[in-house]
Design a protein around this ligand. Structure first.
Ligand code: BGC
Length: 756
């Protein structure tokens, strides 16, 4: 379709109309020109297609569909291929249901365990979030259905989500809150981007030209259209000018009229409206011209696939050998979640499942010897004495007690944040009572975000099942009984307690101001720098077999920032079962003039190995792997020096390490004034050279014992106390302290020489 020609035929009113939704879920048609409307639908881990009563909070029903594991779970798989195939399945269901765009993936960074929507988000790590997101997008879009990566950007809390301003500095945005979007755009080119509700440094994301145009399009090369989150628009004409193409769900014509008026008054360039229409139509026709409503949607097959995915996502947090259970074991399944698992979160991603399978059902289907006690009521959030007594009795009668616990629906949802990180009191009480009654107690957790585990020392194993989708029960039984060897690894740190989290002092903000004061130190970037104990570190995940890493080799010990380094590490299955693990590669700058995390994830690979089998895993590290965002040049920059490359099975289980020197090919612009201090000048070889002749006298005055003809000016900064004072002295100090000749005019000459 020649969309430019089409738009050229449209009236201003028709064009303004096209820039907002017809209703909750459809773009507007232009009947006069035969332009059809296209339907979009939530997502992202299944369809929430509403054809009757509509809403954006998951309140009203939607069609029966399949609920796959939520992003909190799929991220833990660290498996790009798996999530790509999940995307394909969702893409097929979209084709079947005549949906042009599925609203996801949601890639916001887990800044605090408290965010009510953490269950929908991938990780505290931007690289992992970006890689998983790109894989999902490629999967869906391979079916000629669009995605809408959301919520752009820095939407990391639900509290005051439609008014709050996420105030973060440039480097923090570039290093932490943007890369998941950037990686997705660069690698997978999502058809659409959904801007967030919040403001970014004071300006609504929906009318932020730097965000929506300069960064997203001009820098990253985004080609699709930007839609608003539902109701995120404040000033519509400003939004059009900034690059917000489609307002959803629309404003009953009110904002269309504002666009028309703004064009007529000259406030808004009509070309911006044309461009928005062209972008929307390009994407709509990309779907329409490739629509395949005859695509079958085998929901039962997706249910089974969903069970398979869930099995790959579960994280075995602790196991002292009690798991896997023997199939002949008499087990007591305790806790309501054994019969009614919590497998998805509340809000716009809520799916109306065509069926669910609980662990209890799955165990019974397999003929396993399992008894059941409810233990607590999730909806009422209570455990009566009678419930506890029954649970204790069931636990006593069994060889192993498996408590299915976690967070009830009301504890975490879109729309509000958690206030604490604790599990329900009644569930903690239940676990304690069961653990006392049966020394072989295992806990299976259903939650979308970390919880505190006061009972951890009293149970023998903990399996984090997250919100694993409608077939989570099948997966839980497979993992508990060893049919599936667990291979999920944490995509987030579990802190010991909430107060340990780096955003703890400021999370949620004051009024509408949410200051991201912890900067780039989010998640393990903070815990590692602080050398803080955590409950379970980022990247952690056990298996029923064991793995070892060895023989880390780098392709060079010195590269420039224009070259790519390859790192190869050997991974061996040292145990007796086949299994999968996640090999993780971290990079850290050994010495830096900017404040940097100790290490950052720059590569990961999921590997399957037979007992005794070894394999080499290779990672490519380019400039970005070593760079930080430099706010002087507004670009990525590598500081020349040594970097550590570490391979691990978690961020705290680093088994092999090597070093490489990376040389920068970029010289940072420097400008010296009389207020510049000696230390900074001497750190710059060219400047140091320029100042060297003048230094002789000064060196004498300040440190008579310092070496006379030192070649390197830096040598002048000795540990000698007076030299230590010199290094922090501004150049202008020469006027006061120099023994003889420095005057205003020599100072000027000096500065000229320095600034060359
Ligand atoms: C959510 C989006 C969702 C939209 C449509 C909003 O409230 O923030 O993630 O896609 O509603 O339901």
């Amino acid at each position: 379709m020649d969309v430019k020609a089409l738009v050229a035929q449209m009236t201003l009113e028709e064009k303004a109309g096209l820039c907002s939704g017809l209703d909750f879920w459809h773009t507007k048609p232009v009947e006069r020109l035969g332009v059809p409307s296209v339907m979009v639908s939530d997502g992202p881990h299944g369809l929430r297609k509403q054809d009757d009563k509509v809403d954006h909070l998951g309140v009203n029903d939607s069609i029966k569909a399949v609920c796959m594991p939520a992003a909190c779970a799929t991220a833990a798989s660290f498996d790009r291929d798996l999530i790509g195939r999940m995307g394909q399945a969702i893409g097929d269901s979209c084709q079947h249901e005549k949906l042009g765009v599925v609203l996801g993936p949601a890639v916001n960074i887990k800044r605090s365990p408290l965010c009510g929507r953490n269950f929908e988000y991938f990780s505290e790590d931007p690289y992992l979030a970006g890689e998983m997101s790109a894989a999902y997008i490629s999967g869906v879009q391979s079916k000629n259905v669009g995605t809408s990566i959301k919520h752009f950007a820095a939407n990391n809390q639900e509290h005051r989500r439609m008014s709050s301003s996420s105030n973060a500095d440039e480097r923090t945005l570039r290093e932490i809150y943007f890369p998941a979007f950037e990686i997705s755009v660069r690698k997978a080119q999502p058809w659409t981007v959904m801007c967030s509700y919040n403001r970014l440094n004071g300006t609504y994301a929906s009318e932020h030209p730097w965000l929506l145009t300069d960064v997203l399009r001009k820098e990253w090369g985004f080609e699709g259209y930007v839609m608003s989150d539902w109701g995120a628009v404040s000033d519509r004409p400003a939004g059009v000018a900034a690059g917000l193409d489609l307002e959803m769900p629309g404003s009953r014509g009110i904002n269309d009229r504002k666009i028309v008026a703004a064009v007529k008054s000259g406030e808004l360039d009509e070309k911006a409206v044309d461009l928005a229409c062209e972008r929307i139509l390009t994407i709509n026709y990309r779907y329409l011209e490739n629509a395949k409503p005859e695509t079958p949607w085998d929901q039962e097959a997706d249910h089974q696939f969903s069970a398979q995915i869930a099995g790959e996502c579960m994280v075995l947090l602790k196991n002292d050998g009690v798991l896997p259970l023997d199939k002949g074991t008499n087990a007591a399944f305790i806790g309501e979640f054994a019969a009614k698992p919590r497998f998805q979160g509340g809000g716009s991603s809520h799916i109306n499942c065509f069926k669910t399978t609980s662990a209890l059902e799955a165990a019974k289907e397999q003929g396993l010897s399992v008894t059941y006690a409810q233990g607590y009521s999730a909806a009422e959030d209570q455990a009566t004495d009678e419930m506890i007594a029954q649970a204790v009795e069931a636990a006593r009668a069994a060889k192993v007690a498996v408590v299915f616990a976690g967070l009830p629906d009301a504890y975490e949802s879109e729309g509000y944040d958690r206030r604490h990180m604790a599990m329900p009191v009644c569930q903690n009480r239940l676990i304690e009572a069961v653990a006392e009654a049966n020394p072989n107690t295992v806990v299976v957790l259903h939650n979308g975000s970390p919880v505190e585990m006061p009972w951890l020392g009293k149970v023998r194993a903990v399996l984090e099942a997250y919100l694993g989708g409608q077939a989570v029960g099948i997966a839980a039984v497979r993992v508990l009984y060893g049919d599936v060897n667990p291979s999920g690894h944490l995509a987030e740190t579990f802190p010991v307690k909430l107060a340990d989290n780096p955003s703890h002092l400021f999370y949620g903000g004051e009024g509408n101001e949410a200051d991201y004061r912890e900067g780039v130190f989010v998640g393990y970037r903070y815990y590692d720098k602080k050398e803080m104990e955590v409950l379970f570190p980022f990247g952690h995940g056990l298996s029923y077999t064991t793995f070892a890493l060895s023989d880390l080799r780098l392709s060079a010990d010195k590269i420039t920032d224009q070259e790519t380094l390859t790192a190869t590490v050997k991974v061996t299955n040292t145990g007796s079962r086949p299994g999968k693990t996640v090999v993780q590669l971290y990079v850290g700058d050994k010495e830096s003039t900017v404040l940097r995390p100790v290490r950052e994830l720059k590569g990961f690979e999921k590997v399957e190995l037979q007992p005794g089998e070894s394999r080499d895993v290779t990672f490519a590290l380019d400039k970005r792997a070593f760079a930080y965002w430099n706010t002087q040049i507004h670009d990525w920059h590598v500081e020349t020096g040594a970097f550590t490359v570490e391979a691990g099975l978690s961020s705290r289980d680093l088994q092999a390490s090597a070093e490489v020197t990376v040389e920068s090919t970029v010289e940072l612009p420097r400008h010296y004034t009389a207020d510049s201090i000696f230390m900074d000048i001497m750190a710059d070889p060219k400047a140091a050279k320029a100042i060297e002749p003048m230094l002789a006298g000064i060196r004498k005055a300040f440190a008579p014992n310092a070496e006379e003809n030192s070649e390197v000016a830096e040598a002048a900064v000795s540990s000698d106390m007076s030299m230590a004072m010199l290094q922090y002295m501004p150049l202008r100090g020469l006027l006061s302290f120099s023994p003889d000749t420095v005057t205003d005019s020599t100072m000027e000459e000096l500065l000229n020489a320095l600034n060359g």
